[in-house]
Design a protein around this ligand. Structure first.
Ligand SMILES: [Zn+2]
Length: 155
């Protein structure tokens, strides 16, 4: 009698993330820690785990950034540099642990063919002048030229 396991009824649907170049599955969105970070000038994000990647063992492909040592991590299929593995860190945190990965958000494409960077941050790649969250310019229905405000009552 193992009927009382209601948890099993909603195992979350797995959303796969793919290498932008060859579409190999390299991660799932469930393993993403929701925080944007900039490595150099590269938008990146932390993943607790990824797969189908190859981590550079040669120290020439390791680099120190902030308090971390990172090893270049490639798509195993096409050798695209998709991110870095954290191989040492002086101050681990919830979003940074040894063995985790910092992935390039603009080299990963989502299940729906949207760049992960765009999915997460709305595609404001370089310049986002007015950055208030909440979609300001979504409704531009009444945009025909001329004569919008004709609601002035005659006196
Ligand atoms: Zn690839």
């Amino acid at each position: 009698m193992r009927q009382n396991l209601p948890e099993y009824n909603h195992i979350p649907f797995v959303h796969y993330l793919h290498c932008r170049r060859c579409r190999t599955r390299v991660a799932t969105i469930q393993d993403y820690f929701p925080a944007l970070q900039i490595l150099g000038s590269v938008p990146a994000g932390f993943f607790t785990t990824v797969f189908s990647v190859e981590v550079a063992e040669d120290e020439r492909y390791h680099r120190g950034i902030d308090d971390m040592t990172l090893a270049e991590t490639y798509c195993v299929q096409c050798r695209n540099l998709v991110g870095w593995k954290i191989i040492a860190i002086s101050q681990p945190s919830r979003s940074h642990i040894v063995g985790g990965f910092i992935m390039r958000l603009n080299e990963i494409i989502c299940w729906n063919n949207v760049l992960l960077l765009d999915l997460l941050f709305g595609g404001n790649n370089e310049q986002a002048p007015n950055d208030q969250d909440g979609g300001a310019d979504e409704e531009q229905d009444n945009d025909q030229n001329g004569g919008a405000n004709v609601l002035v009552p005659n006196e």
